[in-house]
Design a protein around this ligand. Structure first.
Ligand SMILES: [Zn+2]
Length: 119
């Protein structure tokens, strides 16, 4: 930081306009620019580079969004597969419970039959 004649501490900022792309300046206009005037070649090239960088960042963000979506979809498929497995297990368990109940009925019937034969 620099102490300006106006008495304020001035920070250095960077301009990103097409006329002064990347040229640094002090936050107080009394002091002005940190960097000298930019040459024509820089003014020609830098805005294009900045646009390309922005386009790449946009493409990257889109790709990230797509990857996130794919992951989300894969998670949903996993969840569906787990639910199907859970349902199958529950059905198997219900069948087994029914089988056990039938066995108990059979045993009870056999006991009743034996009791009736003893009478
Ligand atoms: Zn000032």
């Amino acid at each position: 930081m620099v102490l300006c004649a106006c008495g304020l501490q001035c920070v250095v900022r960077t301009s990103w306009t097409n006329r002064n792309p990347g040229r640094r300046f002090y936050s107080c206009p009394l002091i002005g620019w940190v960097d000298p005037l930019m040459c024509d070649r820089s003014l020609d090239i830098i805005p294009g580079l900045l646009r390309n960088r922005d386009a790449l960042e946009d493409a990257l963000a889109l790709e990230q969004e797509r990857a996130d979506w794919e992951e989300h979809r894969a998670n949903e498929e996993d969840t569906r597969a787990n639910q199907a497995e859970l349902r199958a297990n529950m059905e198997e368990r219900a069948d087994w419970e029914e089988h056990r109940a039938n066995e108990e009925d059979t045993r009870a019937n056999q006991a009743e039959l034996r009791a009736n034969m003893e009478v």
